[in-house]
Design a protein around this ligand. Sequence first.
Ligand SMILES: [Zn+2]
Length: 171
Amino acid sequence: MPATKPRPNLRIGYGFDSHEFHPGIPLKIGGVTLPYDQGLGGHSDGDVLLHAITDALLGAIAAPDIGALFPPSNPKWKGADSVVFLGEALKRGRNAGYAPANVDASLVLAAPKIGPHTAAIRARIADLLGIPADCVGLKAKTPEGLNLQNTAIAHVVVLLEAHKSARKKKR
Ligand SMILES: [Zn+2]
């Protein structure tokens, strides 16, 4: 019997993130700036959705998480564009021989309403991940019973598929 199983063709990843609303900063969700009088503070530009997608991608290949790769304590990442983190996660996935197949996300926040921006956010994420927009699921829910009126939360699952070219090269 072989010591290790062959590399799987599919890998699933899960990511979670949360940020607090603060007045007077831009609100970025999924790489899109939304019109609102408050934004998300904390790590980088506070893009809660891109952070959760990044962690899902990293988790799928069992890589270190976003906080380990881009420590919030490092001033370099203050206000940084979270697209940079997503790019690094995609690169690590590619190097491991995988590319995203589809992603599904749930946002939990009291305001603003995400519905009018869902199409724009899905299109942006699809573009960043190199997949069709109909492979990007996005739901927004209000924090019923959670008592988190000032917080934005994102849950994300992503499916990675083995690159055919990478498979050929390796075997
Ligand atoms: Zn975050």
